[in-house]
Design a protein around this ligand. Structure first.
Ligand code: 5AD
Ligand code: SF4
Length: 471
């Protein structure tokens, strides 16, 4: 796909945005009320970033955001990584149907990963016929066009792409925070871990051009952003397929030079692609945060092979050792699945063994969820729910014990904290994050929000610190 096609697409979408904007402005002059929208985002940081793009387009058209579900335009940006994510969406859709009965002009749109599954779209057509627009993960940039079609035709608008190599740059975006921002560096995934639906719904891996990424971050920095989170399903393979290949470590080195950016985070790292070059760059960097999210999934080499993860238990432990040798203070977090088909007690013990050895600062633990279309879904040796649940509880105990330990490491030291918000429970406090992502609460006011300040960590409270601002 050449650049000019992408620029053409961006220009076309801006025309739709402007057309609707003129229409909305006329309506506003007549009624004196602005139309409202509400986005519900399920799932991961990728979806959160996509929702900012959706929000940007809608604000440009003239919609105002509302917290209420009784908006003129409702969008559910869905997730399908586990079955319970889907169930949540169906539950919420039931409620929306009732709301729409009293507000027939309401427009309901569904997008995101769930919509990339044909069976889901069939079910929605059958059982939730009040839905107006369905689009997927590859064509968010087309929202204004789809909305225009819906307003003109009064019929269900479905626009789903199986895959794309198009990356449309420079459309509007509405950032949730003024001081920190997510930046996509790549889309899709090529790994096909045997349990995972992501490669089927997000398509093949494609990296953005480094120039576009650097330009976006430079603009963000000018706009007051101090922390960025680079987003991709597997950031360690960034740039491999670009016409002029570049490594993730090289990209980081370039981003590091952007004035105004003080903290760089990224996720997710696949252990199989984490290079010594990256470890080197991270260890020398002043800006890359002391945090690495490194999904383990299982500690059993036998299961890792069936999961198609392409590393072994020993390989993972060796990698952790190499990382810690260069960065002794780094916070390591992970994802773990229990109850993968065929998981034996011995396999599970191997997972516990890695958890005990690595002592992760924190871990997201999941019970395996059978995703139709993935190789693992058709494996015959599925695990009984009760067995998986029992293992899950044992794992959680182990993980939480480590997590408590992790929040003792910086006690009674001064650390840099990015202040993010007024504390929700006690408004005399503000809440911020350490470089390693741990939360800190301390006395302060809204003038500190968005600033990086020195805080003395008086006391650890299990999963967070209570501190004092150092003047
Ligand atoms: N069942 C349970 N957990 C899953 N994950 C991905 N697919 C599944 C599944 N089918 C978890 C993995 C991944 C995280 C984002 O979600 O641990 O790292
Ligand atoms: Fe899913 Fe594996 Fe790709 Fe992560 S790396 S999105 S777990 S297939």
């Amino acid at each position: 796909m050449d650049l000019s096609t992408n620029e053409f697409e961006a220009a076309k979408q801006l025309q739709f945005i402007n057309k609707l904007k003129a229409q909305f402005e006329m309506d506003y002059e007549k009624t004196g009320v602005r139309k409202t929208y509400h986005i519900e985002t399920f799932g991961c940081q990728m979806n959160a970033r996509d929702s900012e793009k959706i929000s940007g387009i809608l604000k440009q058209i003239g919609y105002e955001e509302t917290d209420s579900e009784e908006a003129d335009f409702i969008i559910f940006n869905t997730c399908t990584v586990r079955e319970n994510a889907n169930n949540k969406v169906y539950g919420r859709l039931g409620n929306l149907g009732k709301l729409k009965k009293n507000k027939p002009d309401m427009i309901i749109a569904l997008c995101g990963c769930m919509m990339q599954e044909p069976t889901v779209v069939e079910k929605i057509k059958q059982s939730y016929s009040f839905v107006d627009i369905i689009f997927g993960t590859h064509n968010i940039f087309k929202l204004a066009e789809l909305l225009n079609t819906r307003l003109e035709s009064d019929r269900l608008v479905i626009d789903l792409w199986k895959d794309t190599d198009m990356i449309v740059e420079n459309l509007p975006s509405d950032r949730k925070y003024p001081f920190k921002a997510g930046v996509n560096i790549m889309f899709g995934c090529n790994n096909f871990c045997s349990y995972c639906i992501v490669p089927y719904v997000r398509g093949r891996e494609r990296s953005r051009n480094p120039e576009d990424i650097i330009a976006e971050i430079t603009e963000l920095a000018k706009d007051g952003v101090v922390e960025i989170m680079l987003l991709g399903q597997n950031v360690n393979s960034y740039g491999k397929n670009l016409p002029n290949p570049i490594t993730f470590a090289q990209l980081l080195t370039e981003i590091e030079q952007i004035n105004g950016i003080e903290r760089i985070r990224f996720m997710t790292s696949h252990p199989k692609d984490l290079s010594d070059e990256l470890i080197e760059v991270m260890s020398k960097s002043e800006k890359i945060c002391d945090h690495l999210h490194l999904p383990l999934q299982s500690g059993s080499s036998r299961l890792l092979k069936i999961m198609n993860r392409q590393y072994t238990k020993e390989g993972y432990l060796d990698l952790v050792e190499r990382i810690r040798a260069k960065m002794p203070h780094i916070s390591l977090t992970t994802d773990i699945i229990v109850g993968f088909p065929g998981e034996t007690e011995e396999d599970f013990e191997e997972t516990l063994d890695v958890v005990r050895k690595v002592k992760f600062d924190s871990a997201f633990t999941f019970i395996y969820s059978r995703r139709t279309g993935t190789p693992a879904a058709s494996m015959e040796n599925q695990i009984e729910e009760s067995v998986a649940k029992e293992r899950f509880d044992r794992l959680l105990k182990e993980v939480q014990a480590n997590q408590k330990m992790a929040v003792t490491k910086e006690e009674k030291t001064v650390q840099k904290v990015l202040v993010e918000e007024i504390n929700r429970q006690d408004t005399s406090l503000v809440t911020g994050r350490l470089s390693n992502n741990i939360l800190v609460h301390f006395k302060g006011d809204s003038s500190l929000i968005g600033k990086i300040v020195d805080v003395y960590l008086d006391e650890n409270k299990g999963f967070y610190y209570i501190g004092t601002l150092v003047k």
